[in-house]
Design a protein around this ligand. Structure first.
Ligand code: ATP
Ligand code: MG
Length: 423
């Protein structure tokens, strides 16, 4: 037996219906705020992520699926979406379009990580980016769009944590301060953090090892080192969100796993998954496009982990939207096959979900099968009925049936489905 690649998932029906419902609502709600869908390649040049996500990050140092193609070019399966959007913005001259540009994406991402609940090697993200807006109003809108989307899904218990990372210039001062404060306990840090010390010290704040956390808890928070303009920016974002009654907590030591963020960073956690399993991460990245060789175009965005989101969807969501009461079509005899298929087409065009018996079962076996697939109505097309120009429409809940002229079957089925709430 061939098994799936470690860290990938088979998402089966009916769970796939949850996924497409979530994606549909995402495109609708985020699209409502002006974020138009963009579809980008999954394969990108490796250099794109090295230059944007940052060499000292977990993603670039150990999580990327990188390989040489047949001509020896180094390619990487995208580990996140923002870098590709930035590349595309520059390559397609999107700065020529009316600014700011609002974009939304969804699709698979790849990271070579240790498998655990909510952590996969192929996972899906839903994200938005607003490019060309430096003012706090853009950060406010991004968090508002996120909050609105999550509320539409029925969430009311998620926590949004927000921090101020300051500007890149502040970061150098912060790192010097952090190293000074952690210096005496440097030997007590975990192996990863000792590597981070030289490669990317800010990442030490993100370490999940308990002793590292204790040591970090005693240091000056990164938000306190932010310059006055950065402080004014994030304070303005926070004030506007408070005015909108969007509950946001300050988390003065929060950092994200990507180097390009500055000023505003935020994440969303759920009580069910706990603080270490983040559902959404986001923030501002004003230098990203310039660092890639483009114009100095500021940006803000977020990325939701769809696997984690679907896992904690409120029960209120799973119910009604998942309902799909099918009609079983039971042709009996070869002459009924084409009329049944034609009826299937008419029903589907009228918005009714059907499943047609196509294995040649007898009527009795066909009715058993209809019960097994939870059909609510069965339409029986036998040779005799067809000769009379009728079909038998059977309400499987009530066990009642009647012969209905073929051109009235669709209307009859629709009527039964509309009234069949007591099943
Ligand atoms: P974490 O701290 O959980 O490793 P991250 O900081 O690496 O997350 P981001 O790069 O900000 O995550 O990605 C945004 C979101 O994508 C995360 O909040 C999470 O929901 C989701 N995500 C990231 N990595 C994975 C993964 N390996 N499996 C499933 N979802 C993931
Ligand atoms: Mg990670």
């Amino acid at each position: 037996m061939i098994r799936k690649v470690k860290g990938t998932r088979d998402i089966l029906p009916p769970e796939t219906r949850l996924w497409s419902a979530v994606e549909g609502i995402a495109l609708e709600v985020l699209g409502g705020f002006g974020y138009a869908e963009i579809r980008l390649p999954i394969l990108e040049p490796t250099e794109l992520f090295v230059r944007t996500v940052g060499e000292g990050t977990d993603i670039v140092s150990k999580e990327m699926y990188t390989f040489a193609d047949r001509k020896g070019r180094s390619l990487t399966l995208r580990p996140e979406g923002t870098a590709g959007v930035a590349r595309c913005f520059i390559e397609n001259g999107l700065g020529q379009r009316p600014q700011p540009l609002r974009l939304c994406y969804l699709g698979p991402m790849f990271r070579y990580e240790k498998m655990q609940r909510g952590r996969y090697r192929q996972f899906a993200q839903i994200g938005i980016e607003i490019l060309g807006a430096a003012a706090p109003a853009a950060d406010v809108e991004v968090v508002l769009a996120l909050h609105t989307f999550l509320s539409e899904l029925g969430f009311d218990d998620l926590r949004i944590k927000l921090n101020n990372l300051g500007d890149p210039e502040d970061r150098e001062r912060f790192i010097a301060l952090l190293k000074g404060e952690l210096g005496p306990s440097r030997d007590e840090l975990c192996d990863d953090c000792r590597r981070r010390w030289t490669e990317n010290p800010l990442r030490i704040l993100d370490c999940k090892v308990p002793r590292c956390r204790e040591l970090v808890a005693a240091t000056t928070p990164v938000s306190e080192v932010a310059s006055d303009p950065a402080r004014a920016h994030v304070d303005a974002v926070e004030a506007a969100l408070a005015e909108l009654a969007i509950p946001v907590e300050r988390a003065p030591r929060l950092v994200r796993g990507l180097d390009y963020y500055l000023r505003t960073v935020f994440e969303v956690v759920s009580p069910e998954l706990g603080d270490d399993t983040v559902i959404c991460g986001g923030g501002r990245y004003d230098r990203l496009i310039a660092d890639l060789g483009g114009a100095p175009v500021p940006g803000v965005g977020f990325a939701i982990g769809e696997d984690r989101l679907v896992e904690v969807l409120p029960a209120s969501f799973a119910g009604p939207r998942l309902e799909r009461r099918a009609v079983a079509l039971l042709p009996v005899g070869a002459a009924a096959v084409a009329p049944a298929a034609g009826l299937a087409r008419d029903l589907v065009r009228s918005g009714v979900a059907v499943e047609t018996e196509v294995t040649g079962r007898s009527l009795k076996a066909g009715l058993k099968w209809a019960a097994k697939i939870d059909a609510v109505v069965a339409v029986i097309l036998g040779e005799r009925e067809l000769g009379d120009g009728v079909a038998v429409v059977r309400d499987l809940g009530r066990g009642e049936q009647s012969a209905v002229p073929l051109d009235r079957v669709v209307a009859k089925v629709v009527e039964l489905l509309a009234g069949g709430g007591d099943r």
